[in-house]
Design a protein around this ligand. Structure first.
Ligand SMILES: Nc1nc2c(ncn2[C@@H]2O[C@H](COP(=O)(O)OP(=O)(O)OP(=O)(O)O)[C@@H](O)[C@H]2O)c(=O)[nH]1
Length: 293
């Protein structure tokens, strides 16, 4: 069963709001209401989404890092459950809660209920055989809640800055939201995404024009750009699976590198030592297979 949020901080609105050919994408082998199973990155040729461009994508690889794959294959399942913190920021009414609810609960509410302070969901994944959780923090866009919400920015492995494709001003504000979130985190410790929401509300022509600006912003922010619709669900599962895969890989690499001398030893019948990109096999165990998924 999915773990649900402990702080149901959504409340009634206090007042009416004034208001890539090379992209690395993921295959879902199975998707249930409570768990997403991810087995591999897929090559660009398999992409059906045309609106992404190489400029919008930071990583072009086709597979998980070799060390990560090997570590997952050799895992005895006794490793602690991995969890990464994701923080979602952006102006009020841009659709942060709707995006999270579409992914975590597969629902969409037309009615706007402002987030008060923060809220969070935990979503379970299985990535190349390893259980993995994303803790997704939904923060309030309203100015008056900013100081409460910013207290939760710390320790974010992923920062998602959200804007409304139908309201270009909200794109202008994303840099400030990102700056605020980065201030609470170690330099270069977070993946950054720029997400345009409400794709269903804009024509293809408007979307394309806005995306040119968005991709420029994404480059400056060192972010990966995605456009989604919480209403139709377009791209939402793909986006969060991408987030999960990158965060998972990063956390595995960190764990492998944190062992003394950047070396992890994994015992699974034979002893395999992983060091940087080189897999060393003890000579007397030369029959160990190195083939990966
Ligand atoms: N048509 C359409 N409407 C959307 C979409 N996403 C969100 N909305 C609507 O936009 C309004 C605001 O959505 P929320 O998800 O509550 O916005 P938020 O960013 O969480 O707002 P705050 O909690 O104030 O920060 C709601 O009325 C949603 O129904 C979308 O993809 N398409």
């Amino acid at each position: 069963m999915p773990v649900r949020n402990l702080y149901p901080n959504k409340g009634p609105l206090p007042q009416q709001p004034t208001r890539f050919p090379y992209i690395t994408k993921l295959i879902y082998l199975s998707l249930t209401s409570c768990q997403v199973v991810i087995t591999q990155f897929v090559p660009a040729a398999a992409l059906s989404f045309q609106w992404y461009t190489p400029e919008a994508c930071l990583q072009f690889k086709e597979h998980f890092h070799a060390q990560v794959r090997t570590a997952c294959q050799q895992s005895t399942g006794t490793a602690g459950l991995k969890i990464s913190k994701v923080v979602v920021v952006g102006d009020l009414h841009v659709g942060k809660t709707s995006l999270i609810n579409r992914f975590c609960k597969d629902n969409f509410d037309r009615e706007y209920k402002a987030t008060i302070g923060v809220d969070f969901e935990i979503e379970r994944f299985e990535i190349i055989g390893m259980p993995y959780n994303l803790q997704i923090w939904d923060t309030a866009g309203q100015e008056k809640f900013k100081c409460i919400a910013s207290a939760y920015y710390r320790g974010a492995e992923v920062i998602i800055t959200v804007f409304d494709l139908a309201d270009i001003q909200t794109l202008d504000h994303t840099k400030q939201w990102l700056e605020d979130a980065l201030r609470e985190n170690e330099p270069d410790s977070s993946f950054i995404f720029l997400v345009g929401t409400k794709k269903d509300l804009v024509s293809d022509a408007v979307c394309e024009r806005t995306e040119l600006d968005a991709i420029r912003f994404a480059k400056e922010m060192q972010a990966e750009y995605w456009s989604v619709s919480a209403k139709t669900g377009e791209n939402v599962k793909e986006f969060f699976s991408r987030v999960a895969a990158l965060a998972f890989e990063q956390s595995m690499i960190k764990e492998l590198e944190s062992t003394p001398g950047h070396r992890a030893q994994i015992r699974a019948g034979n002893l395999i030592k992983l060091e940087k990109n080189i897999v060393e096999i003890p000579e007397d165990n030369a029959q160990v297979s190195l083939s990966c998924c």
